[in-house]
Structure formats: structure tokens, C-alpha cells
Design a protein around this ligand. Structure first.
Ligand code: BDP
Length: 697
């Protein structure tokens, strides 16, 4: 069962530090009533008794001498109501307030779900070894929709999923409720996630048929108890595929009626259904453009159908058309900006963090500064499609934080992406953040034990986009391993630096999309034979005898014009462009001089080497951590780190050998000569890589 309990191992270590909290078990009052409150009680029962190693005594009434009271503000009585010393308005619909007082602790909120979140947070504080004396904490989410996107297919394969098969056992549903569904919901609620899209964006219309809706309803019944709404992907051609219509034209009356009725039917099964996520006119998915209509026509048709039920439509901006050969990075902006202000009130446009596709580093997507009238939802990828799958240790909150803290300058300095996403920048009526899930049937849910931290961290950032990656790492270590200071001092920097390591050994200096065909795993910078130019790595690095990099300045694709003047100036000017984005925005000669005086070629080679060295350091750190963790935990990660080191070297050697054919320059000192030939690296094949969509690049 290694890793199954995630960050909720209530029987775990640190019992010493909790001795002084044993009093909490004395007399617990918990408000009862709803299913969500039952979940809260259940969590206290397993959580607190596990953490304190003590039998819990519950009291049926709220008394002044209770040791723990979990109750809504409106039901507080006697001295407990006096302990509520903050304005309840600040708690909103989902926030909570926890405070200690003489001999007791209060957890309160305006709503049941607020109480559940408060209970989880209290348990986490205890678990992390906090003493809770003179303690008070008020917290409320700043983002409305905090969602996982599962790219799960109905046959239980997962597109870009590297942790086994889909959790949703369609064959045994609706009768059989796997304990995993409950534990999945608990884990999500513990970090504030309140929505889940069950199915792949490359959608299958069958999930909208009664046979499946009954199963979806069974899952929704489980998740509802944890405040999690279910959403489905809507295949745009569903009216034809399962409705027998001849068209899916969004302006056709029959089509509109079909969606309205289908939606009513869904809400009969699932009264609190969240809504639809749609990938349309992208990578072969059907959409309104098939009928000469627009994204607005398509999104608004569905929005109209879900509106009477309070649902939303999340329309993806991940589009890039086949015929535009200038620059894929520009296309989503070009297609969507003209529609700003035309979407219905219950539509959110979901934008990937960068303009290409979930690379280990991309500048922020220009749409984040450009649609002031449309709620823009962030789409991060938690599954490591382009970051070493579940074999490489990469702490993604560092990447997420970098994107969220990027300044769009749309309303002057400080207009960060975080503020666009939480809606405060433009006073948006609704806000959201989605993460493409990295969860599957693997015992530990995520494949790599440290990939759990990415799920955890996503939840924390969706709750509050201003959260610091550093704090997330520290909390996760405490909850997952122990709160031992020496261990934290080892693991925290290892996790924090792991993101830069993968950038260095895969995509240094702003290079991107250099993967070999099909799997998005190993290096293939030489690939130039795929069906579309923008599926080929050569399209992205543009290396030749004269240099390397994608010119996105005025002399090139001018993608920079899609950013505000400040941003476009900074990135467009070689003096001010951070070297981390150098080759993303500029095509430069091999002998161009970098900030530290190195030539571009030497600097590039040294970056690859640095990535390899960073992985070696991670291995050294892990050896030191051995004293603080059990043997199984040690060995599992050790084997994975060894793979990561081998593959970091593979990336370095294959990439440098290939680029050397253009630069014609020697490797600088400190970078070992590759032991194999370029032909060897080109010949490498994968016997099996999970998560592939066969027809894809
Ligand atoms: C790309 C993936 C592809 C997804 C697509 C998407 O390679 O499998 O379908 O994104 O987000 O990253 O729709």
C-alpha cells in the first residue's frame, strides 16, 4: 500500500509533537445534518483518532467545555459564538475560520463545505506538527472553479496518463462503488478541489447516453459528499453520433433542441452537474467551424442549454489551424481575441499556461493579457507529458508559480496572470483553474511518489494562486514524510530545483518541443517528417549553420505583438530578454555572446550538462535522506532517479550531437564527449510508451 494514503497518512510519524493535543479528544461537538457534514465527521474520526492515537468522545450538544467544536457560524451557541471574533462575510461560501481558545478549538464556516475544508486544514496542521496554541487562521479560496481534467477514455486508457489506467470502472458502475472513488474525493477535498471532468477532451459522445449517464450519476453521488461537482466533455458532433441528426450546426434549431433536451436529461440524473468542457476545432475534433460558425456560436449554444440549471461551459482555446504556417504560438490569440465580450455569462475560456503546449518552460500565454471581458480559466498540466512522464522527479508548482507570477502589464505593473485568473484584474464574474490529472490506478495514484506533490500543489494553487511553491513543498514533505527539519532542509531544495533541472536537460535557453515522434518522452530534435510542419521539432528550433532559435520578434513571426508593450519590449530586446526565453523569441548565431561571456554554443552545451549535474545532486541528496525514510520509500525513488539521470544524459548527448552538425563547434570543457553516435540516438525506439494517441505526433 506504499503511497496510497497520499498526504493523508493520519497514522504516520511525528506522534511526539502531538502529545499536547490529546486533550482535543475529550469532548468533540460536530454539527450534523448533511452528507458533507458526515464526511467531515468521518474525517475527524479517522484523522484525529489516528493522529492523536486516542479514542474520541463525541458530545451531542454544544457545550462551553467542548474540546473541539465544528459548527457553522449560524449555529454557534454560548461562549463559542463569542469566540467567533471575525466578520463571517470574510469566509464567503467556501472559506473557514479556525481558532484556539482556552482548552478548545473552534472550526467554523458559513457553509457545510466550508466546515469540511476547515476540518481538513485542521488535521493538516496537526499532522504537520503545529502546536495550535494561540492559533487562528481564516482562509477562503480566491478562485471559484478548482478542477481536475481527466483525459480518461471510456476503455480506461488515459491519454498522456502515466500512472496506470483510469480510476473509473465503467463496467462495474453504477452498482459497484470502489473505495478509491471515496478516497479520491477525500484527497481532492483536502486540497480544495471542487470539480472534476471525468472524460478526455478528445471526447466520445457515448458518455452522454443513458447507459453511461447512470454510471456518471453514481460517481457524482460519491463526489457530492465532498463538495465536488462532476463535469463531462461534450463532443460537438454528438447530435449526429448519438442523436441521429444530420448536422451539428450550432445555429440549427433541431441541434439546439437536441442539446437542450440532452442537458435536461443529464440534470435529471445529476441535479448539480457542473457543465461541459469542450475541445472544438482542434486537432481533428469537430466544432462549429465545420459549419462555418464560430467558437462563440458553439459555446453559446451549449451555454444556453446549461444555463437554466446553473451550469457552465468551459471552452478550450487550444486551437491551431493546419493552414497557418507562420507561428503556431500566435493562433489561439488570433482566433479568440476578436470574440472577447461575445460569450454568454456562463462561459469560461480555458487557456493553457503557454502558447505552445505544456513545455517545461514557456512564456505565459498572450491571451491572459488580452480578454478583459471573458473569464479566462487556467489550464495547467499535472501529468508530465513533456516532463519525463512519471519516471522523472519534477516539482511542478515551481512552474505553475512562475506562470502565475508573470506580469502581463495589461493594467500597468503588477497585472499578474494570477490576478487575471482569480478574476480580480478585470472584476470577472467567475474564475477557474484546471489541472490535467496525473492520477491513475497505480497503487500510489500518480506513478512517481513525488508526482503526488504536483497534484497536491495544483490544489493549493487553485485555491489561492498566490501560494508560494516553497511553502507547498514544505507542507507536502511534512504531510507525506515527516516534519523533521533536517529532512525538509534536504528535500525542499531538491524539489524546488528539480524543475530547472528538467528545463536544462530537455529545453535549455528557451528551446521547446524537441521530442521524438509519438511519445513526447525522449529527444528527437532531428524529426522533420510529420504530417504538419508544426508537429516537427525542426519547426521549433530552426537550427542551421547560421544559428538556432525561433525569431518571434518583428523580423520574424512577431508573436511579441500579442503581448503588452512592456512585455514585448522586454522579451524582444536582447539586452532585456531573460536567457531562459532567449531561443523562444530569438534566432541567434552560434557565436552570439551570452551574459556570462560564453558563446551561445558553449552556453547551450553547459546548460545541458548542468541539467545532468542537477540530477546527480538529487541522487546525492536522496542518499542523505535515507536516514529519515523507510527502505521501500528510499528504493522506489532511488530507482526512478537513476532512470532520470540516464535519460538526462540521453537528452544531453542526443541534442548536442545533433546541434553540433550545424554549429560545427567543439564541446566546451566540462561537457563529456558522447559515447554513442548521433545515428544511434536516432535509431532508438520505444517498445511501449503509455498514454499515446496513435494518430498523433
Ligand atoms: C497535447 C497532447 C494531446 C492533447 C492535446 C490537448 O499531446 O494528447 O489531446 O494536447 O490538450 O498536449 O487537447
Amino acid at each position: 500500500q506504499q503511497g496510497y494514503t497520499l498526504w493523508m497518512d493520519y497514522a504516520g510519524s511525528n506522534p511526539q509533537s502531538r502529545k499536547n493535543l490529546k486533550f482535543l479528544a475529550k469532548s468533540i461537538y460536530m454539527e450534523a445534518g448533511s452528507d458533507i457534514l458526515k464526511s467531515a465527521q468521518n474525517e475527524i474520526e479517522i484523522g484525529l483518532s489516528g493522529l492523536l492515537n486516542e479514542k474520541l468522545n463525541f458530545s451531542d450538544t454544544m457545550e462551553n467545555d467542548n474540546s473541539l467544536v465544528v459548527s457553522k457560524v449560524s449555529s454557534l451557541k454560548g461562549s463559542w459564538s463569542q469566540s467567533m471574533d471575525v466578520s463571517s462575510e470574510k469566509l464567503g461560501n467556501e472559506g473557514f475560520y479556525i481558532r484556539s481558545r482556552d482548552g478548545g478549538i473552534l472550526v467554523t464556516a458559513n457553509t457545510d463545505i466550508g466546515l469540511l475544508y476547515g476540518v481538513f486544514r485542521l488535521l493538516q496542521f496537526i499532522q504537520a506538527g503545529h502546536h495550535l496554541e494561540d492559533f487562528s487562521l481564516l482562509d477562503a479560496p480566491s478562485v471559484d472553479l478548482r478542477m481536475l481534467n481527466h483525459w480518461d477514455n471510456l476503455d480506461r486508457t488515459i491519454e498522456r496518463g502515466y500512472a496506470g489506467f483510469s480510476l473509473w470502472n465503467w463496467q462495474k458502475l453504477p452498482e459497484y462503488i470502489d473505495q478509491r472513488y471515496i478516497d479520491y474525493a477525500r484527497a481532492n477535498a483536502s486540497i480544495g478541489i471542487n470539480g472534476t471532468v471525468l472524460t478526455n477532451v478528445n471526447a466520445n459522445a457515448l458518455v452522454l447516453t443513458p447507459m453511461y449517464l447512470e454510471k456518471v450519476a453514481a460517481l457524482a453521488d460519491v463526489f457530492r459528499k465532498y463538495g465536488i461537482k462532476v463535469y463531462l466533455t461534450a463532443r460537438f458532433s454528438a447530435p449526429m453520433e448519438i442523436g441521429g441528426l444530420e448536422t451539428a450546426d450550432p445555429l440549427n434549431t433541431e441541434v439546439r433542441n437536441w442539446w437542450a433536451q440532452k442537458t435536461n436529461e443529464i440534470y435529471k440524473w445529476i441535479p448539480d452537474f457542473g457543465g461541459f468542457l469542450v475541445k472544438a476545432n482542434s486537432e481533428g475534433q469537430p466544432g462549429p467551424q465545420n459549419y462555418g460558425r464560430t467558437h462563440v456560436d458553439g459555446a453559446n449554444m451549449l451555454a444556453e442549454a446549461v444555463q437554466p440549471h446553473g451550469g457552465v461551459v468551459i471552452w478550450r482555446a487550444f486551437v491551431y489551424s493546419e493552414d497557418d504556417e507562420t507561428d503556431r504560438a500566435k493562433q489561439a490569440y488570433a482566433e479568440f481575441v476578436p470574440y472577447d465580450g461575445q460569450f454568454m455569462e456562463n462561459v469560461l475560456v480555458q487557456v493553457k499556461n503557454g502558447p505552445i503546449d505544456f513545455q517545461s518552460r514557456e512564456p505565459f500565454h498572450p491571451l491572459f493579457g488580452a480578454m478583459s471581458k471573458t473569464p479566462l480559466m487556467m489550464e495547467f498540466q499535472i501529468t508530465q507529458e513533456y516532463l519525463g512522464f512519471s519516471s522523472h522527479l519534477v516539482f511542478l508548482p515551481k512552474l505553475f508559480e512562475e506562470v502565475l507570477q508573470s506580469d502581463t502589464y495589461v493594467k500597468g505593473k503588477g497585472s499578474t496572470v494570477a490576478k487575471v485568473i482569480d478574476g480580480s484584474q478585470h472584476n470577472k464574474r467567475i474564475s477557474g483553474m484546471a489541472g490535467v490529472s496525473n492520477i491513475g490506478t497505480d497503487l500510489n495514484w500518480t506513478g512517481h511518489p513525488f508526482a503526488q506533490a504536483n497534484w497536491f500543489g495544483f490544489g493549493r494553487l487553485a485555491w489561492n494562486p498566490e501560494t508560494k511553491a516553497n511553502d507547498i513543498a514544505e507542507d507536502w514533505i511534512k504531510l507525506t514524510y515527516t516534519n523533521n527539519k533536517e529532512l525538509i532542509a534536504l528535500l525542499k531544495p531538491m524539489m524546488i530545483n528539480s524543475r530547472e533541472a528538467v528545463v536544462n536537460y530537455m529545453n535549455p535557453l528557451g528551446l521547446h518541443h524537441l521530442f521524438d515522434t509519438g511519445h513526447h518522452y525522449g529527444p528527437g530534435p532531428w524529426v522533420d517528417n510529420l504530417g504538419r510542419p508544426d508537429w516537427n521539432p525542426t519547426y521549433y528550433h530552426k537550427a542551421d549553420e547560421n544559428g538556432i532559435g525561433f525569431d518571434r520578434t518583428k523580423s520574424g513571426s512577431n508573436a511579441l505583438e500579442q503581448y503588452s508593450d512592456e512585455v514585448s519590449y522586454t522579451f524582444g530586446n536582447l539586452k532585456t530578454c531573460p536567457e531562459t526565453y532567449l531561443l523562444w523569441f530569438h534566432h541567434l548565431p552560434w557565436d552570439y555572446t551570452l551574459n556570462n561571456g560564453n558563446s551561445l554554443w558553449d552556453g547551450l552545451a553547459l546548460r545541458y550538462q548542468e541539467g545532468v549535474d542537477q540530477v546527480s545532486e538529487m541522487i546525492e541528496t536522496w542518499e542523505k535522506a535515507r536516514n529519515f525514510i523507510n527502505n521501500d520509500q528510499y528504493h522506489e525513488v532511488k530507482m526512478l532517479l537513476d532512470i532520470q539521470l540516464k535519460e538526462a544524459k540521453w537528452w544531453r548527448d542526443a541534442s548536442l550531437l545533433y546541434f553540433q552538425t550545424f554549429s560545427g563547434m567543439e564541446l566546451p570543457e566540462g561537457v563529456p564527449k558522447p559515447t554513442k553516435s548521433l545515428e544511434y540516438y536516432k535509431s532508438l525506439k520505444f517498445p511501449f510508451a503509455p498514454g499515446i494517441r496513435p494518430q498523433w505526433d
